[in-house]
Every structure is written in structure tokens, then in C-alpha cells.
Design a protein around this ligand. Sequence first.
Ligand SMILES: [Zn+2]
Length: 185
Amino acid sequence: MDKRSSRRRKAVQRLSRARAKTARRRLDWVHQQTAKLASGFALVATEQLRIANITRSAAGTLEVPGQRVAQKAGLNREVLDTAPALFTSLFRLKVMETGGEWVEAPTRKLKPSQRCPACWALAKKSLSDRIHVCADCGHNEPRDLASARVVLKWALGTHLGQELAGTGVRERPCETPSLAQQRLE
Ligand SMILES: [Zn+2]
């Protein structure tokens, strides 16, 4: 075997060892973080994640070429790098183990990122709109926080047996502040 191919083989080995190390570190980190979170909260409310959809390529087809392909590819890498599916499944497991409650909101029906957490009205926004500003009630706050609050309120409403969230009914599912809500604020 000549020197060049031997160097190449060694480089490939080094790269794969480095990748394995990164994967182990990520898994350790996810275990630690999810355990810490699970021990601190009695109720965890999250959105149903469909990673396959989120990371689907924006390339489109010949007939319908996709838009913003490069941006989507970058977003896909980020989503896959942070391994949200792994995080979510381990988090869920640990919440169950510690006797907590795990609630998943139906993302498509509830539309947490498009809904006002204060008045429950739908406020359409694109991914680049980072601040939620409600045209109906004037409530405004950072998009991700607003979205999390919608999911939490839905979860608390569901928790109390109320069945109005995500059905287009413009009411808050729940007004009762809870431990989980106080922690979010
Ligand atoms: Zn509002």
C-alpha cells in the first residue's frame, strides 16, 4: 500500500473516531440535561414533533422547484445536530420515571407559533417574525416564549378536562396559574 492511501486511511479513522466521540458527548449531555429538567417539573407540555417533516428537503421537484433550498438545508443541519428527537424521547422517559406528567399538544390543530397566548386569537407570522404581536389584544412577547405559553395553557386546559383548545374557540383554556406556569414566567 503506498504512503498516500495509508495516510488517507488514517485520516478517515481519525475522523470517524472524532465523530463517535462527539456522538457520545452529545448523548451524555442529553442524559444530564433531561434528568435535570425532569427532576424539577411535575408537568411537561411540548409540541408533537415531526422531525421527518421539519427536516424534509426544500429542493422540491422539477415541476415545482423549491424555494430557499440553501437556507432550509442549513436549518436541517441545525435541527439534526441538536437531535431534538433524541432529546424529546429521553426527556419523556425521565419525566415518566420521576412520576411526572408528559403532555404533547397537537401542533397542527393548536398552531402554537401562530396563536396569541393572551387572547387565543390566531396571528399569522412567518418564521422570520421573531416577536409575537397580537392584532386583537396587543399582547407582545418573543415568539418562542409565546408559543411555549400557548402549549402550556393548552396542556393545563386539557389537564382540567376542558376541550376547547385547538378547536378555533377563542378563549383561554385555563386561567389558573400553576406551578409549571409560574416557572415559565
Ligand atoms: Zn391576543
